[in-house]
Design a protein around this ligand. Structure first.
Ligand code: AMP
Length: 308
């Protein structure tokens, strides 16, 4: 069974959507990625850091889904990373109200011995110097390295981020971030510029409008499933990334054709994530529900047409 190492925040989130508010629930990029990837039965582990205020039950939620948390350092006297966001009425955009790095501010990651030979590495959203610290601890280059990041790190740590981007295979970012990183408005031009920075594959997430996968002249588009109700989009991007790499790690096939399926797998899982607040929906998701919705994806996108 292939191994998947996930780096990213394990966090407290406070979320406000037009449908309600929550205070300090389980969140974080690595949390969402790992819950999503856990659906593929790969041997996965997290590298992250939390404070002494982080409830043990939250770690148990991950362990219950067979996610190894030995690489989550607990700094007893420290406070866990905290993020607060508020969604606009369209739920496609949000404002970050608070980002308290806390224990993440001077975190030195340590990759557990048992994950140093990982074949798949998911560099989830967090400080690029931590992402680089993890890359350096893996002696043999993994089969595939995927990076997810966000505007916060482009604004605050661009030079370090660019060094990481030069070392990875796939980048997943949203449309606004692709524009910010490349300085191009056209997403096609943005992808070309980002290719030049290093990644052979560029995935641009467009929220409820789906996702694009670029590999030079090859382009693939996956829609997002039109949902009756979206409750809380937090973690949808991370859930997408977890489904994307989870599918690739399970199938051990990193061809462009299989990446198309990985984009669908990611979009499919993200469609569940948004149905409830926080991680709730991802915690009790079943294999049958996932399969049923994959069929809906197929029906949504398949068509026959005669070329004249
Ligand atoms: P997403 O909605 O997929 O973009 O991810 C939301 C998650 O990202 C939340 O659970 C937050 O805890 C986490 N998050 C927010 N800001 C940051 C940041 N600057 N670095 C790392 N993780 C973050």
């Amino acid at each position: 069974m292939s191994k998947l190492l996930i780096v990213g925040t394990v966090a407290f989130d406070a979320i406000e959507t037009p449908f309600g508010k929550t205070d300090k629930i389980l969140g974080g990029a690595a949390t969402y990625i790992s819950l999503s990837a856990s659906q593929f039965g790969v041997n996965s582990g997290i590298v992250s850091v939390v404070g002494g205020d982080f409830p043990k039950e939250y770690l148990s939620k991950l362990n219950k889904r067979n996610i190894n948390t030995d690489g989550i350092e607990i700094i007893k006297e420290g406070k866990t990373f905290f993020w607060k966001g508020k969604y606009h009425n369209d739920l496609n955009s949000r404002d970050t109200l608070i980002t308290d790095l806390n224990v993440l501010a001077d975190f030195n990651p340590i990759v557990p011995e048992s994950f140093r030979d990982t074949e798949f590495l998911m560099l989830g959203n967090l400080h690029p110097s931590v992402q680089m610290g993890v890359i350096k601890q893996i002696p043999n280059r993994p089969k595939l390295v995927v990076l997810d990041t966000m505007n916060f790190w482009m604004d605050n740590t661009l030079d370090e981020l660019m060094e990481v981007i030069a070392k990875i295979d796939v980048i997943t970012i949203n449309d606004e971030e692709a524009r910010q990183l490349s300085g191009e408005y056209s997403l096609v031009k943005a992808a070309q510029k980002i290719h030049e920075m290093g990644p052979k594959y560029v995935v641009i997430k467009k929220g409820e409008h789906g996702a694009l996968l670029f590999n030079n002249e090859n382009v693939f588009f996956a829609p997002a499933l039109p949902l009756e109700e979206v409750f809380d989009p937090t973690g949808a991007g991370d859930t997408f990334a977890g489904g994307f790499i989870g599918h690739l790690a399970k199938t051990e096939d990193i061809s462009f054709e299989n990446m198309k399926r990985a984009v669908i797998a990611g979009s499919n899982l993200a469609s569940f994530c948004v149905e409830k607040f926080g991680t709730e929906r991802m915690e009790d998701l079943t294999h049958d529900e996932i399969q049923e919705r994959l069929l809906q994806f197929k029906q949504l996108t398949q068509f026959e047409i005669e070329l004249s």
